[in-house]
Design a protein around this ligand. Sequence first.
Ligand SMILES: O=C(O)[C@H](CS(=O)(=O)O)OP(=O)(O)O
Ligand SMILES: [Mg+2]
Length: 236
Amino acid sequence: MNQLEVCFSPELIHLHDLEGKIVVVVDIFRATSTMIAALANGIEEIQTFADLESCRSMREKGYLIAGERNGKTVEGFDLGNSPVAFLEEYYGGKKLAMTTTNGTLAISKSQSADEILIGAFPNFSSSIRYIQAQQKDVLIHCAGWKGRFNLEDSLYAGALAKALEGTHSSDDDGALAMKTLFEKEGHQLKQYLSKASHAKRLQNQGIEKDIDFCLTLDLYYLVGKVVNDRVRPISF
Ligand SMILES: O=C(O)[C@H](CS(=O)(=O)O)OP(=O)(O)O
Ligand SMILES: [Mg+2]
């Protein structure tokens, strides 16, 4: 059996050994859900940035630029961090540069992993199939919120732990706790996560459609994987 463990914040990732593992970076609200929406709608690669100005400079290289701070689209950027906005038109063959508050930081702190996957509910089953085919230990890296634990990323970790229980053991306390929570609340994901602080923040901004998209299972049969520092789609 392979092992599965959970890291609840990028602030804690230095305590984990990533070598040889598949790290699944997850930021349900909304960065990793938005990346999957973008890849499903034609974006061929996503380069992520911690700071706004490096991201902005990618426009000169022909990239679309997407940026969010405090949940709002950055002035002058083509797009923000809304998955639903990426569904409005087809971005065939375009490249995207992206910076967000939590998700892009979690990716940059996962670089020593053997493989980095982008975790989201809309491509949940594809990620499961991909992971099962690799036979490696898994670490779920929750982006959290500004260094803190959050419910939506952790519950995704629980869903993954549950789905992988035939091949990956969840001896890790965090994985065990989240699997138990998912077993209790997973049947009413949308209702349960409407209580999450970030869902409330997004509701205040009137973006219920984003919340709904981020919590919908299996819309796409692709995996988001970081290859040569770019997130790319793999049909799976
Ligand atoms: O855009 C989002 O949903 C959040 C914004 S914030 O952290 O609530 O300010 O960013 P993300 O990186 O997707 O968590
Ligand atoms: Mg988030």
